[in-house]
Design a protein around this ligand. Structure first.
Ligand SMILES: [Fe+2]
Length: 245
């Protein structure tokens, strides 16, 4: 783990224009993200070095794989916040959010929602990486009818979704915001995701950027991305709603 940071040395604060990260997995041991408080603090320090001023932490809520509940996550988030403060980190840990997989369990919870929100009104949702979910648009509509706004995490990563697909078009018509992963811009998830991210950007369908930072491997990749001309140009050319969160 420490080898990684020795290798990548100093980060440059190129993400300061975004101000806020709204998607990462840095509450330790609650999902497939950080494995320890030490790892979380290293990742948070990297984000601070890269220019982020504020962040939400958004653990997976996906049943039965990650059976998290909101009260527990809020408590665990406060522990991270306290540890970051004791470590002297200045980045503001705003609140615990969640990355909610649209599955049967999620659908049931819309009737009596206790979702962890971003900026008090956004629910961050994700889809299966393998297959589209039937009735997904209706689920999102029901969520909107409850007064929530919806952010779809990393639309560039779903093989069945792209700028030309009816589903993506419907989601945009429904007012769903799209959040691209920063690392997609630098090819971390492969060429297809990078290409689709470019298409969403050009179409004006990229509302937010998230790190989706899971661990120190991602932190190293984020430092690498901070040196990429492609990423710099995108940050200069496009505006993102991160600054309003
Ligand atoms: Fe995520």
């Amino acid at each position: 783990m420490f080898e990684f940071f020795k290798k990548y040395k100093k980060a440059e604060p190129i993400f300061e224009a975004l101000v806020t990260d709204m998607h990462n997995h840095l509450v330790p041991m609650v999902d497939d993200g950080s494995r320890s408080m030490t790892e979380s603090l290293q990742c948070i320090r990297t984000m601070q070095d890269l220019g982020y001023k504020r962040m939400y932490i958004t653990p997976h809520f996906q049943f039965p794989r990650f059976p998290n509940n909101e009260e527990d996550i809020k408590r665990r988030f406060e522990e991270v916040k306290e540890a970051a403060k004791n470590e002297g980190l200045e980045i503001e840990l705003i609140a615990a959010g969640g990355e909610y997989r649209i599955d049967d369990s999620f659908e049931k919870r819309i009737d009596d929602p206790h979702f962890l929100l971003i900026n008090d009104r956004y629910v961050l949702v994700e889809l299966s990486l393998h297959q589209p979910r039937m009735g997904m648009e209706e689920v999102i509509f029901n969520l909107q009818m409850k007064g929530f706004e919806v952010i779809l995490a990393h639309p560039e990563r779903y093989p069945y979704l792209n700028i030309h697909s009816k589903t993506a078009e419907h989601l945009r018509e429904q007012g769903v915001l799209f959040q691209l992963n920063v690392l997609s811009l630098d090819g971390f998830y492969g060429e297809a995701a990078e290409h689709k991210a470019q298409e969403y950007l050009k179409a004006g369908w990229a509302d937010m950027l998230g790190t989706d930072l899971h661990n120190t491997k991602y932190a190293g990749a984020l430092i690498e991305a901070s040196k990429s001309c492609k990423v710099r140009k995108i940050l200069e050319k496009y505006q993102f709603l991160n600054t309003e969160l």
